[in-house]
Write a protein that binds this ligand. Structure first.
Ligand code: AP5
Ligand code: MG
Length: 190
């Protein structure tokens, strides 16, 4: 089963990615986490990436594609994967289609977490794990970029009937339960 988690910054993609990973026994593949690992490696590439993400902007679609494609070919992803943060632009939707088609795989569902904007801002402000893109002025930019570039992704998945909308403004356990309920038909189908 291949699913992707959608939603604005702070909506709980990472939180649910980990919970779903445990519940479904599938790897959680977060492009944001992968990028932060590269940044932590203190290389030239890491510094380049930091300069982009710390302003709240996106890295290139091709780089995002390559990170995901590489990981999908790992044996632990043979049964499926929980994508978190990819695709998040319209070109990335096509790139994901290309990645999956050549591997004779398909996206089973796109789960969208909806959370009021004031709750998102408060959650990110409270997170306190030192992410430079969690500064208030960068949060505003991340939200603006989300509306401009990721909203069309949501509408695309809605249009093809792949989108499942979940309130992310409830406890993490309640969100997980809602996700698992919506994924039940896909789990039965294997
Ligand atoms: P990424 O790491 O994906 O960041 P994001 O989408 O901005 O979202 P966050 O990670 O901040 O939020 P989340 O939805 O994961 O929520 P979380 O569970 O942490 O991307 C970072 C950057 O990398 C991007 O801006 C971009 O530059 C780059 N990038 C990544 N992918 C890319 C791509 N494909 N293409 C181009 N660039 C890309 O929760 C947030 C907080 O709320 C936590 O403290 C959590 O404990 C809390 N919380 C979670 N759920 C609940 C709940 N139900 N109730 C109360 N609190 C909750
Ligand atoms: Mg995240």
């Amino acid at each position: 089963m291949i699913i992707t988690l959608l939603g604005p910054p702070g909506s709980g993609k990472g939180t649910q990615g980990k919970l779903l990973s445990r519940a479904l026994g599938l790897p959680h593949l977060s492009t944001g986490d992968m990028l932060r690992d590269i940044v932590a490696s203190d290389s030239d590439l890491g510094r380049e990436i930091a300069a982009v993400i710390d302003r709240g902007h996106f890295i290139s679609d091709e780089m995002a594609r390559d990170m995901v494609a590489d990981r999908l070919d790992a044996p632990e992803c043979a049964q499926g994967v929980i994508l978190d943060g990819f695709p998040r632009t319209l070109p990335q939707v096509s790139l994901l289609d290309d990645i999956l088609v050549v591997r004779e795989r398909q996206l089973d569902a796109a789960l969208l977490f909806e959370v009021p904007e004031e709750v998102l801002v408060a959650r990110i402000a409270e997170r306190g794990d030192g992410r430079l893109d969690d500064r208030p002025e960068v949060i505003a930019e991340r939200l603006a970029v989300y509306h401009q570039k990721t909203r069309p992704v949501i509408e695309t998945y809605r249009g093809v009937g792949a989108l499942q909308v979940i309130s992310g403004d409830q406890s993490p356990d309640a969100v997980l339960e809602a996700c698992l309920r919506l994924l039940q038909p896909h789990r039965k189908a294997g």
